[in-house]
Design a protein around this ligand. Sequence first.
Ligand code: NAD
Ligand code: TYD
Length: 355
Amino acid sequence: MSRQLLVTGGAGFIGANFVHHWCQAYPDDRVVVLDALTYAGNRRNLATVEGRKNFCFVQGDICDRSIVDQILQSENIDTIAHFAAESHVDRSILGPGAFVQTNVVGTFTLLEAFRQHWGVNSKPPAYRFLHVSTDEVYGSLSPDDAPFSETTPYAPNSPYSASKAGSDHLVRAYYHTYGMPTLITNCSNNYGPYQFPEKLIPLMCINTLIGKSLPVYGDGKNVRDWLYVGDHCRALDVVIHSGIPGETYNIGGNNEVENINLVHMLCHLMDEFVPNLPVRPSTDLITFVKDRLGHDRRYAINATKIQNQLHWTPSVTISEGLRLTVEWYLQERNWWEPLLSEEYQAYYRKVYSYT
Ligand code: NAD
Ligand code: TYD
């Protein structure tokens, strides 16, 4: 069966990687991207699929019910893959309002529109609403705690994770109340091509290339469970095709790394790949800075459910994935240089006020 997909946030980091994956794996499926093109959205992320006859890009806000209704109806959408969000914790600390608006109100708008559309079409059993969420909704782990499972109670600590938790609860409620065929995934930290420079891995790569300090928060011993974005996209593919409506699936890389160790790995790759770095060895650029407010200590995912039930496992190791990612940022200077805009510099000064 071919699908008609609406991908929200498809011009962002994971959304664009997902669109590339889907167009390649299922060339007969229709893919419509709805994206507001905020600072994090970039039409160039979709350049390789723009000319396809089965692809269409719409610039618009997921909070705009009329545009969502129009796409669902005119494109006869049967599957929503919902990525659109404000996604950066540091920005949520500076200004939480946009996070509540897009992540909570936007998700609610999509749910309401899809409920109506699904109902008008006599509730086809093949319809799916995939809500792409984060492990951050579970809060923070101590060093000896077991990794997050699907039954770990929610305990979000940042405005970002609280807004994602709110949206997860709404999605859950639409299954339990209306029987709408929803799926939720909670994934660990992603990395790979097309990630906006504000996030840890691209920020460290780019700052090394331009000889700027590498700001490590606190003592650098916070732990994240890193997953290569291509592995995440494959997981979302199996959840759409084989996941059971109403279920939640945790997705993770089984790759827990302390931030400071990750930064050292990146510095070594940079030293290896780039002979004429402004500062060598690039570890000389590492600077410990004031900690993020409410900084979660550790995230780790137990992905046994998706592994056992849907037969998904991550395939890219952290050393392979970091190598691929560093190579991509080295080759794609024309992609990231324009993103270091005035707006970005102003944001950077606010977060890293020592610069
Ligand atoms: P991103 O910030 O790179 O991209 C978000 C996209 O959403 C952008 O293209 C932006 O223009 C668009 N957008 C924002 N507000 C919008 C609105 N109101 N209407 C329409 N489009 C809007 O984010 P990402 O890292 O690709 O994350 C995608 C999703 O995956 C998010 O829901 C995030 O919570 C989730 N997630 C991310 C990670 C990660 O490590 N990046 C991990 C787990 C889950
Ligand atoms: P980030 O990429 O912002 O993802 P998240 O906060 O969603 O996990 O940050 C990953 C980790 O790196 C997190 O522990 C915060 C830390 N970090 C720094 O130490 N320095 C930085 O400049 C950034 C952006 C993050």
